[in-house]
Design a protein around this ligand. Structure first.
Ligand SMILES: [Zn+2]
Ligand SMILES: [Zn+2]
Length: 350
């Protein structure tokens, strides 16, 4: 079968590898689509900055180079291993990529498995991945798709769950008001998640005119934070009250500063983006309004199911922001993603 294997810095090869066989408790999937994202770019362009050494076997999963990438994917079960009763051949599913965590550290004991230092993820540091025709995963990683959610949508469950978790971390109630800073895939996921949580008044701040146009096409109220006065727009949007919640999906310090200034008393900012740079920040902004700033990473298994249920309800619309590329073009796709073409790229696995 064809698979995209990562060998080291800027060395990803689409090549023939043996098809995997499911072990006990595992299934073999025929992959349909796999998204690529900033985490994959991190692997490809800056492996030296990863929090683990991909050259050494992973202490829990045993994964080592070459590693098949792809952690945002969906496929169809074609074979089940010994002891698997939860799914059957022909089932279609999105894959929850977290394959292993130590179970003993303070993060694991608090249920924050994504913050475990020994966390192993399919398509990163556990064997197999979405950027191949077939893969094996633990049956427990599968989240079944209902008939009206196709496999293309299924591959978007993971990135949409990132935004969903951020919205859950915001603590917002139905009827509240919100700001989403950044309209990349995480911001788009947060926007749909706010809608699904009954939050209709959501302002989307995005410097790129193309991305603003896509969001406006989906029905969002958009603002250009570079050429417009974001604070004034937030004030007007909320009748002077400020927003109850803000999700930073931009990864720029200015987004945090503006969001803090635009928060209602008791409001909360969720940092869901990765920031390359540190920033200046005036802590008194928190004390004066009793506002909060919290972080968000990953998603819970039940949030995967919540996203799938919202997809079945028709909450998610992929018009204008999803681009499909064949597996043979994956290396070019990595470079296109880095240069910021804006769309969510789905690699067609077979
Ligand atoms: Zn990702
Ligand atoms: Zn742990």
């Amino acid at each position: 079968m064809k698979a995209a294997q990562f060998y080291g810095k800027e060395d990803l090869r689409v090549e023939d590898v043996p098809e995997p066989t499911p072990g006990p408790g595992q299934v073999k999937l025929r992959n349909a689509y796999s998204g690529i994202c900033g985490s994959d770019l991190h692997f490809y362009f800056y492996p030296e900055a990863l929090p683990f050494d991909p050259g050494q076997p992973h202490p829990l999963t045993g994964a080592h180079l070459p590693q098949i990438l792809g952690h945002e994917f969906a496929g169809t079960v074609v074979e089940v291993g010994d002891g698997v009763t939860s799914v059957k051949v022909g089932d279609r599913a999105a894959v929850y990529p977290l394959a292993a965590s130590c179970g003993e550290c303070s993060a694991c004991r608090k249920g924050l498995r994504f913050s475990c230092r020994l966390m192993g993820s399919t398509g990163a540091n556990a064997p197999g991945g979405g950027l191949s025709e077939f893969t094996t995963v633990n049956a427990a990683q599968l989240h079944l798709l209902p008939d009206n959610v196709d496999l293309r949508m299924g591959a978007l469950v993971e990135p949409m769950a990132v935004g969903w978790h951020a919205v859950a971390r915001s603590g917002i109630a139905a009827g509240g008001t919100a700001l989403v800073a950044g309209a990349g895939p995480i911001g788009i996921g947060a926007w749909f998640a706010f809608k699904a949580h009954g939050v209709e008044k959501v302002l989307v701040s995005e410097p790129s005119a193309d991305r603003r146009a896509i969001m406006a096409g989906l029905g969002a109220t958009v603002v250009d934070p570079v050429n417009e006065d974001l604070g004034a727009v937030i004030a007007e949007f909320t009748d002077g009250a400020g927003v109850d919640a803000a999700v930073d999906a931009a990864g720029a310090g200015a987004a945090i500063t503006s969001a803090l200034a635009g928060l209602a008393a008791g409001g909360r900012i969720v940092v869901a983006a990765l920031h390359e740079h540190s920033m200046d920040f005036q802590p008194t902004m928190l004390s004066m309004g009793e506002t909060e700033i919290v972080g968000s990473v990953g998603y819970l298994p039940e949030e995967f199911d919540a996203v799938i249920a919202a997809m079945a309800d028709g909450v998610y619309d992929t018009t204008g922001w999803v681009q499909e590329i064949p597996l043979s073009g994956v290396v070019e796709a990595f470079h296109a993603l880095r240069s910021g073409t804006g769309a969510k790229i789905l690699i067609k696995a077979a």
